[in-house]
Structure formats: C-alpha cells, structure tokens
Design a protein around this ligand. Structure first.
Ligand SMILES: *Cc1c(COP(=O)(O)O)cnc(C)c1O
Length: 235
C-alpha cells in the first residue's frame, strides 16, 4: 500500500498535470488535505510530507484535532484549519475561535455569529459561501440565485473576509459531466465579482474523483481526502 507521503506526491502530480493541460500556473491551485475521520497521527504524517492545510467536516472532531496538534509550529508555519462540513448557528463560537476558514456558510445568521465571535486579535476568518450547484433537493448550500444577497451581506460584516464559493457537485462519471457544475460555479463567481464589485478569489471545488475537471474550470482550492488517506472508516 502506498504511504500518505506517496499519495500526497501523486496528488501534486495530478494537480500539476491538470494545470498544464489548462494552461494554468501550478501555484494557482491550493491542495486542502481533507482529514475527517483520520487520527492526528495521520495528519502529522501529512504535515511531515509538506502539507499544512487541513479540512474537517465535524466541528467537535476538528476541535479535538486542532488541540491535539497545537504543538506543531515549525518554520513552515502553523497548521491551517478549514471547516468544510455543515455549521449550525449554535456551534459557531469555537469555530470562530479556532478555525482559519469556513467553506460552508449558507445563512446570514451563521455569518453574523461568526463575525461577532471572531476574536479581535486573530486575522479575519476566511469565508466561502456553499452553493448547491447541482440543484439537489437534499443538499445544503444556497441556490445560485440566492448567493448575491448573502455575498453582499457577508462582505459587509467585520472580522470576516469573503473569499469565494464552494460546491460539492453531484458525482458524475465522465469528464464533460464533471466539468459542467464546476463551470457553473466559476461563472457565478465571476458574475458576482463583476456585478457587485467584490474581489472573491477562491473557487473551492474538486475532490478525489474530479479534481482534473475542477481545475479545468478554474478551481483555486481542491479538497482531497480519499486519494491521500484511502477509504474512510466511519465506525
Ligand atoms: C469528504 C469531503 C471531501 C473529500 O472528498 P474525497 O472524495 O475523499 O476526496 C471534500 N469536500 C467535502 C466538503 C467533503 O465532505
């Protein structure tokens, strides 16, 4: 079985190949290592292999790992923690106090609480709005037509930095079908920047199965779990 370090190397090669194919600079795409369900030791292994950005889905699980790994602080910097799973508005305080990014904001109430609760001594909390780009009935996220109003409201809140949009498109097998929702998210971001005068710079899209399609359509941050750590064990 390949090691975590070997898998990470392979993901960087995939990213580089997709960037070359798209005529993009490899530095224009950030790898977020999705560490949900993985123990702190696996995260430490990814850190040793050069990664320092980690994505967690569940608030309490993320907080436990942030605490467990708080001693990691080398010349390469501190770990950067991204919440990528759903956030209820009654759980915002520890998120505002401990995470660096939240990718899953889809309600003004949640954003307002994060803004109120972000400690003044920390840099602004980076925010992406989650968009239900495939229009699936059961998915969290804003419908595309709802994003402008929330983007404007969030951009006006203190202690937050509105960075961009995030989506988890419906899985699709072929490359063209994978590209479609990513293209829609990229167009939405460009359109909102233009019409609202915003400067969002982050398209958080692309996972283990579709990172090439996401990069072809302009992803700036890909969120990769399975291809690095193997299949997740939820027990
Ligand atoms: C689990 C998860 C990922 C990673 O998915 P993989 O298919 O394991 O790469 C990315 N984004 C979100 C929001 C997730 O929940």
């Amino acid at each position: 079985m390949a090691t975590i370090a070997e898998n990470i190397q392979e993901q960087h090669e995939r990213i580089a190949a997709a960037c070359a194919q798209a005529g993009r600079a490899v530095q224009s795409v950030t790898l977020l290592v999705v560490s949900k369900t993985q123990p702190p030791a696996a995260i430490a292994e990814a850190f040793a292999a050069g990664e320092h950005r980690f994505g967690e889905n569940y608030v309490q699980e993320g907080l436990d790992k942030i605490a467990a790994l708080s001693a990691i602080n080398t010349p390469r910097g501190q770990l950067e923690w991204h919440l990528i799973g759903p956030l209820q508005s009654n759980k915002t305080r520890p998120v505002a106090e401990n995470f660096d990014w939240v990718h899953s904001v889809d309600r003004l109430k949640t954003a307002q609480r994060l803004a109120e609760q972000r400690p003044a001594e920390l840099p602004p909390l980076n925010i992406c709005l989650q968009v239900n780009i495939s229009g699936e009935a059961s998915k969290s996220g804003l419908l595309p037509g709802e994003v402008a109003a929330l983007a404007l409201a969030v951009s006006a809140l203190p202690r937050l930095c509105l960075r961009g949009l995030m989506a988890i498109p419906e899985p699709a097998a072929d490359f063209e079908s994978q590209r479609r929702p990513h293209r829609a998210l990229a167009s939405l971001l460009a359109e909102l920047n233009q019409s609202l005068g915003l400067t969002m710079d982050t398209l958080s899209m692309g996972m283990s199965a579709d990172l090439e399609a996401a990069i072809a359509e302009g992803a700036t941050l890909v969120r990769i779990g399975t291809a690095i750590f193997g299949a997740r064990n939820y027990t």
